[in-house]
Design a protein around this ligand. Structure first.
Ligand SMILES: [Zn+2]
Ligand SMILES: [Zn+2]
Length: 260
């Protein structure tokens, strides 16, 4: 299993996964040109991609899917409510490339088991994903207002997780965002803050998760250094720092190609 967060944040989200005979993207909130440039940084190209899996219809996750699907003939998978609320700006997608899955029900792409699980976010029907192949498990859980026990169970025993650490609460409260936007981000269906990401990783450590990438960092209300130190100090308080690898996904380029 190969995994790379190609870029992560409000200016565009795309991750690459290769496992079980399929090469796919999770979300594609960037242009086709930028995708090609990001993939080339880790010696990959968009030709022959088997699927794009969508988490939810916000433009930082879907703005590029129409062009990519048309240009490279890529099937796109999303929940029914997500398709219904998809921004018109993505344009038409060929009927044969429109695939609907049922959230909270596993399905297979060749040998890769895909588990889309419902997540709390202000979108039509947002999901996170767990992928399992050949005894390895990778999970993606961003754009989440909070984390329930059901979600912890969904990502338990992941060999690697991409977990949201969106903002520092004090920076957000003191920052320039309009009040309604601050309230939306802080709500239980908004985005996960650094402290909550640290607390989630404390719980996930007990569920066998030992490797994490922090992602979807806010440009205005967070820094990679602050996200990392906040999460690491919470792990340290729980005596878990030495047994948990944590790194931060870059907003604009791949933070590595991880082999599981
Ligand atoms: Zn979102
Ligand atoms: Zn987002």
């Amino acid at each position: 299993m190969l995994f790379s967060p190609l870029c992560s944040g409000s200016s565009g989200n795309v991750s690459y996964l290769e496992a079980g005979g399929v090469r796919l993207l999770i979300d594609a909130g960037i242009t086709a040109k930028r995708l090609r440039s990001l993939m080339s940084m880790i010696d990959l190209s968009p030709e022959g991609l088997d699927a794009i899996l969508i988490t939810h219809e916000h433009s930082d996750h879907v703005s590029g899917i129409g062009v990519l699907s048309r240009k490279y003939n890529i099937p796109v998978y999303a929940a029914e409510e997500c398709w219904e609320r998809m921004p018109k700006s993505i344009g038409a997608i060929a009927t044969k490339n429109i695939h609907v899955f049922e959230p909270d029900r596993e399905f297979y792409l060749k040998q890769l088991c895909v588990h889309p699980f419902s997540t709390p976010h202000d979108a039509a029907h947002a999901v996170g994903y767990s992928f399992v192949h050949s005894g390895k498990k990778l999970s993606i859980m961003t754009d989440i207002g909070h984390v329930s026990k059901r979600m912890l169970d969904a990502v338990a025993y992941s060999d690697l997780i991409l977990l949201e650490a969106n903002h520092d609460v004090d920076m957000l409260k003191a920052g320039s965002y309009p009040y309604p936007l601050k309230m939306r981000i802080l709500s239980s269906h908004g985005h996960l803050c650094n402290e909550d990401a640290g607390l989630v990783l404390q719980k996930l450590h007990a569920r066998g998760v030992k490797n994490a990438i922090l992602g979807h960092l806010s440009e205005e209300n967070n820094t990679p250094e602050l996200a990392l130190i906040t999460v690491q100090s919470l792990l340290d308080e729980a005596g878990l720092l030495d047994s948990m690898f944590v790194t931060v996904a870059d907003r604009f380029q791949p933070c590595g190609l991880f082999e599981l």
